[in-house]
Design a protein around this ligand. Structure first.
Ligand SMILES: [Zn+2]
Length: 76
């Protein structure tokens, strides 16, 4: 029974695994791109790839942190 007495460890491990499987994507404007990267690095503990938002399409995505149009996508 001794083996099964640390459920916390199992939970943490599971959470971490779930996190790895989730793709994180942050849309941000020019002003908040650094903030977006900071948040990403904090959450994922790795550096993101930075892509520019294609504004030629009609899809206008707002920045996660303000009302401006997103200019960058921070993702893994
Ligand atoms: Zn913004």
């Amino acid at each position: 029974m001794e083996k099964f007495r640390s459920p916390n460890y199992a939970t943490i491990k599971m959470k971490k695994k779930m996190k790895e499987n989730t793709q994180m994507k942050i849309f941000c404007c020019q002003e908040h791109v650094e903030l977006g990267i900071d948040v990403f690095v904090d959450e994922e503990e790795t550096f993101p790839s930075l892509n520019t938002v294609d504004n030629s399409s009609n899809l206008s995505t707002d920045c996660e942190y303000c009302q401006n149009k997103a200019a960058y996508i921070v993702s893994n």
